[in-house]
Design a protein. Structure first.
Length: 236
């Protein structure tokens, strides 16, 4: 539990599953109030939250109405995202547009809409990035491009908002145990071993710890890896 007067209100995108759901439970367990985003109300069954944001991030133009009324926000965690693993020759226009809309445009628009509330609270914006946001490999083009763009978004936002007291952190988790990681492995034709992945609980705890750092510091970037990750490579 948090000390009296230190409870935060935190908006988590993609709170219906995987890391987002785990984050919501971690925040709630520490006494924080969760604003939980998901594509449907049913996805939030069992998720602790004070307010639900139901919105399709592939249609960012709908976010204005979805977040109306939020006047003060301590933290915004951009967790939602999609990955389509295929060679450039097979990445369709539809996949490029959908990936960039969900992974880049929606976080940018959501941040823009919520900046007044974040500034009012001296808040914190956390981008859940990826190792693909640092180095791109074969079949990662659309996903890696989106994550490189998110790094640029975070870096620009940090430079712009320092004087307003808004902190910005990019978190780069790699090989952690979620359905999305399994999906990526399946798309890549790669084996998966949960015992060699970081747990979603460990990632969630770390993210909440980062947003709980003293007000006189900020962790700009944080890379997280398991001690002995199983490489992503196609089966032979």
């Amino acid at each position: 539990m948090v000390e009296a007067g230190t409870s935060k209100t935190v908006l988590v995108t993609g709170a219906g599953r995987g890391l987002g759901r785990t984050l919501a439970h971690e925040l709630d367990a520490r006494g924080h109030t969760v604003i939980a985003h998901a594509r449907s109300a049913a996805a939030l069954d069992g998720v602790p939250y004070g307010r639900a944001i139901i919105a399709d991030l592939s249609e960012p133009e709908g976010l204005t109405e979805a977040v109306a009324g939020i006047e003060r926000l301590d933290a915004l965690v951009h967790n939602a995202g999609i990955a389509h693993i295929a060679p450039v020759a097979e990445q369709t226009l539809e996949w490029w547009q959908r990936t960039l809309a969900i992974n880049v445009t929606a976080p940018a628009e959501l941040t823009r809409l919520l900046l007044p509330a974040l500034r009012a609270a001296g808040g914190h914006v956390l981008f859940v990035n990826s190792g693909a946001g640092i180095t791109a490999g074969a079949k990662w083009s659309s996903y890696a491009a989106s994550k490189h763009a998110v790094k640029a978004l975070a870096d620009s936002l940090r430079a712009e908002e320092q004087a307003n007291g808004v902190r910005v952190t990019s978190v780069y988790p790699s090989h952690f145990d979620t359905d999305m990681q399994r999906s990526v492995r399946e798309q890549y034709g790669s084996d998966y071993d949960a015992a060699r992945a970081t747990s979603a609980a460990s990632i969630a705890k770390t993210i909440v710890d980062v947003m709980s750092t003293p007000a006189d510091m900020v962790i700009n970037e944080l890379r997280i890896e398991p001690p002995n990750p199983l490489p992503i490579r196609a089966r032979t």
